[in-house]
Design a protein around this ligand. Structure first.
Ligand code: 6PG
Length: 248
Protein backbone atom coordinates (compact mmCIF):
# COMPACT_ATOMS: atom_id res chain seq x y z
CA UNK A 1 0.00 0.00 0.00
CA UNK A 2 1.75 3.18 -1.14
CA UNK A 3 -0.76 5.92 -0.38
CA UNK A 4 -1.83 6.22 3.24
CA UNK A 5 -5.56 5.51 3.55
CA UNK A 6 -7.73 6.83 6.32
CA UNK A 7 -8.18 3.87 8.66
CA UNK A 8 -11.14 3.86 11.05
CA UNK A 9 -11.58 0.96 13.46
CA UNK A 10 -15.03 0.19 14.88
CA UNK A 11 -16.13 -1.97 17.80
CA UNK A 12 -18.18 -4.15 15.46
CA UNK A 13 -19.87 -4.29 12.05
CA UNK A 14 -23.02 -2.71 13.46
CA UNK A 15 -21.27 0.50 14.56
CA UNK A 16 -19.21 0.53 11.35
CA UNK A 17 -22.33 0.24 9.19
CA UNK A 18 -24.28 2.88 11.12
CA UNK A 19 -21.40 5.36 10.81
CA UNK A 20 -21.14 4.80 7.05
CA UNK A 21 -24.91 4.92 6.53
CA UNK A 22 -25.15 8.31 8.28
CA UNK A 23 -22.16 9.62 6.34
CA UNK A 24 -23.67 8.35 3.06
CA UNK A 25 -27.03 10.08 3.62
CA UNK A 26 -25.24 13.30 4.64
CA UNK A 27 -23.27 13.26 1.39
CA UNK A 28 -26.32 12.50 -0.74
CA UNK A 29 -28.19 15.46 0.78
CA UNK A 30 -25.31 17.90 0.40
CA UNK A 31 -24.80 16.86 -3.23
CA UNK A 32 -28.49 17.44 -3.87
CA UNK A 33 -28.26 20.87 -2.18
CA UNK A 34 -25.55 21.68 -4.76
CA UNK A 35 -27.92 20.38 -7.47
CA UNK A 36 -25.37 17.70 -8.36
CA UNK A 37 -26.23 14.10 -9.16
CA UNK A 38 -24.53 11.64 -6.79
CA UNK A 39 -23.05 8.48 -8.30
CA UNK A 40 -22.28 5.48 -6.08
CA UNK A 41 -20.98 1.98 -6.84
CA UNK A 42 -22.21 -0.64 -4.38
CA UNK A 43 -20.17 -3.54 -3.06
CA UNK A 44 -21.36 -7.13 -3.16
CA UNK A 45 -20.78 -9.97 -0.73
CA UNK A 46 -22.19 -10.14 2.79
CA UNK A 47 -20.33 -7.39 4.68
CA UNK A 48 -22.34 -4.48 3.22
CA UNK A 49 -25.72 -6.06 4.09
CA UNK A 50 -25.89 -4.26 7.44
CA UNK A 51 -24.98 -0.97 5.76
CA UNK A 52 -27.75 -1.33 3.17
CA UNK A 53 -30.31 -2.16 5.87
CA UNK A 54 -29.18 0.89 7.86
CA UNK A 55 -29.44 3.22 4.85
CA UNK A 56 -33.00 1.99 4.22
CA UNK A 57 -33.96 2.33 7.90
CA UNK A 58 -32.39 5.76 8.46
CA UNK A 59 -33.85 7.21 5.28
CA UNK A 60 -37.40 6.31 6.35
CA UNK A 61 -37.24 9.23 8.79
CA UNK A 62 -35.71 11.74 6.37
CA UNK A 63 -36.43 13.45 3.09
CA UNK A 64 -33.70 12.01 0.82
CA UNK A 65 -33.47 13.35 -2.74
CA UNK A 66 -33.16 9.89 -4.28
CA UNK A 67 -33.92 11.31 -7.73
CA UNK A 68 -30.40 12.80 -7.60
CA UNK A 69 -28.68 9.50 -6.76
CA UNK A 70 -27.50 6.94 -9.32
CA UNK A 71 -26.56 3.44 -8.19
CA UNK A 72 -24.00 1.26 -9.94
CA UNK A 73 -22.15 -1.89 -8.91
CA UNK A 74 -18.44 -2.61 -8.51
CA UNK A 75 -19.06 -6.12 -9.76
CA UNK A 76 -21.76 -8.71 -10.35
CA UNK A 77 -21.95 -12.45 -10.51
CA UNK A 78 -23.08 -13.80 -13.88
CA UNK A 79 -26.44 -14.94 -12.52
CA UNK A 80 -30.02 -13.64 -12.93
CA UNK A 81 -31.04 -10.66 -10.75
CA UNK A 82 -33.36 -12.84 -8.64
CA UNK A 83 -30.59 -15.33 -7.83
CA UNK A 84 -29.51 -15.52 -4.17
CA UNK A 85 -25.98 -14.93 -5.55
CA UNK A 86 -26.85 -11.61 -7.20
CA UNK A 87 -25.18 -8.50 -5.75
CA UNK A 88 -27.99 -6.43 -7.26
CA UNK A 89 -30.58 -8.79 -5.75
CA UNK A 90 -29.06 -8.42 -2.28
CA UNK A 91 -28.93 -4.59 -2.42
CA UNK A 92 -32.40 -4.43 -3.95
CA UNK A 93 -33.98 -6.66 -1.30
CA UNK A 94 -32.32 -4.87 1.64
CA UNK A 95 -32.33 -1.28 0.42
CA UNK A 96 -33.26 -0.19 -3.09
CA UNK A 97 -36.75 -1.70 -3.10
CA UNK A 98 -37.50 0.21 0.11
CA UNK A 99 -36.46 3.63 -1.19
CA UNK A 100 -38.23 5.98 -3.61
CA UNK A 101 -35.48 5.67 -6.18
CA UNK A 102 -36.46 6.20 -9.83
CA UNK A 103 -35.91 2.94 -11.70
CA UNK A 104 -33.75 4.76 -14.26
CA UNK A 105 -31.32 5.59 -11.45
CA UNK A 106 -30.56 1.95 -10.74
CA UNK A 107 -27.90 0.74 -13.16
CA UNK A 108 -27.51 -2.93 -12.41
CA UNK A 109 -25.02 -5.10 -14.26
CA UNK A 110 -27.05 -7.65 -16.27
CA UNK A 111 -25.57 -10.83 -14.86
CA UNK A 112 -27.99 -12.87 -16.93
CA UNK A 113 -26.57 -11.62 -20.24
CA UNK A 114 -23.61 -12.95 -22.22
CA UNK A 115 -20.60 -11.61 -20.21
CA UNK A 116 -18.44 -10.11 -22.99
CA UNK A 117 -21.38 -8.21 -24.48
CA UNK A 118 -22.50 -7.07 -21.04
CA UNK A 119 -19.09 -5.54 -20.28
CA UNK A 120 -19.46 -3.45 -23.46
CA UNK A 121 -22.99 -2.44 -22.52
CA UNK A 122 -22.06 -1.56 -18.94
CA UNK A 123 -19.12 0.54 -20.08
CA UNK A 124 -21.65 2.55 -22.12
CA UNK A 125 -23.96 2.77 -19.11
CA UNK A 126 -21.10 4.28 -17.09
CA UNK A 127 -20.24 6.78 -19.82
CA UNK A 128 -23.86 7.83 -20.21
CA UNK A 129 -24.79 8.05 -16.53
CA UNK A 130 -21.68 9.21 -14.70
CA UNK A 131 -21.58 12.92 -15.51
CA UNK A 132 -18.10 13.63 -14.15
CA UNK A 133 -15.17 12.42 -16.25
CA UNK A 134 -11.48 12.66 -15.29
CA UNK A 135 -8.72 11.55 -17.72
CA UNK A 136 -11.44 10.20 -20.00
CA UNK A 137 -12.69 7.85 -17.27
CA UNK A 138 -16.07 8.15 -15.49
CA UNK A 139 -15.48 9.53 -11.98
CA UNK A 140 -17.81 8.01 -9.41
CA UNK A 141 -18.55 10.08 -6.33
CA UNK A 142 -18.28 7.09 -4.00
CA UNK A 143 -17.24 3.47 -4.47
CA UNK A 144 -17.88 0.91 -1.74
CA UNK A 145 -15.70 -2.18 -1.79
CA UNK A 146 -15.34 -5.36 0.19
CA UNK A 147 -12.30 -7.59 0.32
CA UNK A 148 -11.82 -11.34 0.34
CA UNK A 149 -9.31 -13.02 2.65
CA UNK A 150 -7.15 -13.59 -0.48
CA UNK A 151 -6.96 -9.83 -1.05
CA UNK A 152 -9.42 -9.70 -3.95
CA UNK A 153 -11.81 -6.79 -4.27
CA UNK A 154 -14.84 -6.40 -6.52
CA UNK A 155 -14.09 -9.33 -8.85
CA UNK A 156 -10.42 -8.50 -9.25
CA UNK A 157 -8.64 -11.63 -8.06
CA UNK A 158 -4.91 -12.03 -7.36
CA UNK A 159 -2.82 -13.10 -10.37
CA UNK A 160 -5.72 -12.56 -12.75
CA UNK A 161 -5.07 -10.76 -16.06
CA UNK A 162 -8.15 -8.64 -15.40
CA UNK A 163 -6.15 -6.78 -12.74
CA UNK A 164 -3.77 -5.54 -15.47
CA UNK A 165 -6.48 -4.06 -17.71
CA UNK A 166 -5.98 -0.32 -18.19
CA UNK A 167 -7.94 0.36 -21.42
CA UNK A 168 -11.43 -0.83 -20.40
CA UNK A 169 -13.93 0.21 -17.75
CA UNK A 170 -15.40 -3.28 -17.24
CA UNK A 171 -14.17 -6.81 -17.77
CA UNK A 172 -15.20 -10.44 -17.50
CA UNK A 173 -13.62 -12.16 -14.52
CA UNK A 174 -13.84 -15.59 -12.97
CA UNK A 175 -13.83 -16.71 -9.34
CA UNK A 176 -10.62 -18.77 -8.92
CA UNK A 177 -12.27 -21.49 -6.82
CA UNK A 178 -15.86 -21.74 -8.00
CA UNK A 179 -15.09 -20.77 -11.60
CA UNK A 180 -18.17 -18.55 -11.46
CA UNK A 181 -18.08 -15.90 -14.20
CA UNK A 182 -18.18 -12.33 -12.95
CA UNK A 183 -18.35 -8.85 -14.45
CA UNK A 184 -16.20 -6.28 -12.69
CA UNK A 185 -15.20 -2.66 -12.85
CA UNK A 186 -11.50 -2.39 -13.63
CA UNK A 187 -8.82 -0.63 -11.57
CA UNK A 188 -8.79 2.51 -13.77
CA UNK A 189 -12.44 3.14 -12.83
CA UNK A 190 -12.01 2.26 -9.15
CA UNK A 191 -8.89 4.46 -8.92
CA UNK A 192 -10.66 7.36 -10.61
CA UNK A 193 -13.35 7.66 -7.94
CA UNK A 194 -13.61 10.71 -5.70
CA UNK A 195 -14.00 8.48 -2.68
CA UNK A 196 -13.35 4.77 -2.12
CA UNK A 197 -14.34 3.05 1.13
CA UNK A 198 -13.44 -0.52 2.02
CA UNK A 199 -15.85 -2.20 4.44
CA UNK A 200 -13.97 -4.97 6.24
CA UNK A 201 -15.26 -7.14 9.07
CA UNK A 202 -14.46 -10.43 10.77
CA UNK A 203 -11.33 -12.18 12.00
CA UNK A 204 -11.00 -14.06 8.70
CA UNK A 205 -9.88 -10.72 7.20
CA UNK A 206 -7.35 -9.85 9.96
CA UNK A 207 -4.30 -11.40 8.28
CA UNK A 208 -4.87 -9.92 4.84
CA UNK A 209 -5.79 -6.55 6.37
CA UNK A 210 -2.50 -6.49 8.27
CA UNK A 211 -0.56 -7.45 5.12
CA UNK A 212 -2.17 -4.78 3.00
CA UNK A 213 -2.04 -1.94 5.50
CA UNK A 214 1.43 -2.76 6.86
CA UNK A 215 3.41 -4.15 3.91
CA UNK A 216 4.29 -1.62 1.15
CA UNK A 217 4.85 -4.48 -1.33
CA UNK A 218 1.23 -5.65 -0.92
CA UNK A 219 0.23 -3.60 -3.95
CA UNK A 220 2.34 -5.91 -6.14
CA UNK A 221 0.14 -8.88 -5.26
CA UNK A 222 -3.24 -8.04 -3.80
CA UNK A 223 -5.87 -6.24 -5.92
CA UNK A 224 -7.35 -4.60 -2.80
CA UNK A 225 -3.95 -2.97 -2.21
CA UNK A 226 -3.91 -1.73 -5.82
CA UNK A 227 -6.96 0.41 -5.13
CA UNK A 228 -5.25 3.77 -4.64
CA UNK A 229 -7.43 6.54 -6.00
CA UNK A 230 -5.41 9.00 -8.11
CA UNK A 231 -6.99 12.08 -6.59
CA UNK A 232 -9.79 10.67 -4.45
CA UNK A 233 -10.10 9.78 -0.78
CA UNK A 234 -9.28 6.21 0.31
CA UNK A 235 -10.79 4.86 3.52
CA UNK A 236 -10.58 1.50 5.26
CA UNK A 237 -13.51 1.02 7.64
CA UNK A 238 -12.60 -2.03 9.72
CA UNK A 239 -14.23 -3.78 12.65
CA UNK A 240 -12.16 -4.76 15.66
CA UNK A 241 -11.97 -8.45 14.70
CA UNK A 242 -10.46 -7.65 11.32
CA UNK A 243 -8.14 -5.03 12.89
CA UNK A 244 -6.80 -7.28 15.63
CA UNK A 245 -3.32 -7.57 14.03
CA UNK A 246 -2.90 -3.87 13.34
CA UNK A 247 -0.71 -1.79 15.66
CA UNK A 248 -3.14 0.14 17.90
C1 6PG B 1 -18.55 -10.10 -4.45
C2 6PG B 1 -17.80 -8.90 -3.95
C3 6PG B 1 -16.52 -9.36 -3.33
C4 6PG B 1 -16.72 -9.24 -1.83
C5 6PG B 1 -15.63 -9.94 -1.07
C6 6PG B 1 -15.93 -9.94 0.43
O1 6PG B 1 -19.15 -10.02 -5.53
O2 6PG B 1 -18.56 -11.08 -3.68
O3 6PG B 1 -17.62 -7.96 -4.86
O4 6PG B 1 -15.40 -8.61 -3.70
O5 6PG B 1 -16.74 -7.87 -1.47
O6 6PG B 1 -15.57 -11.28 -1.54
O7 6PG B 1 -17.12 -10.67 0.63
P1 6PG B 1 -17.78 -10.75 2.11
O8 6PG B 1 -18.24 -9.37 2.42
O9 6PG B 1 -18.93 -11.71 1.93
O10 6PG B 1 -16.70 -11.25 3.02
Amino acid sequence: MIMKPTVKIFKNLETLSLFVAEEFLRNVKSAADRKKPFTVALAGGSTPETLYRDIARLSEKQEIPWDMVHFFWGDERCVPPDSSESNFGMANNLMLSKLAIPEDNIHRIHGEEEPPGETERYAQVLQMNVPVVQNGIPQMDWVFLGMGSDGHTASLFPESDVVQIRDKFCAVSQHPESGQKRITLTLPVLNNASRVSFLIAGDSKSQITEKILQDPSAAEKYPAAMVQPQTGQLEWFIDRDAAVRLPM
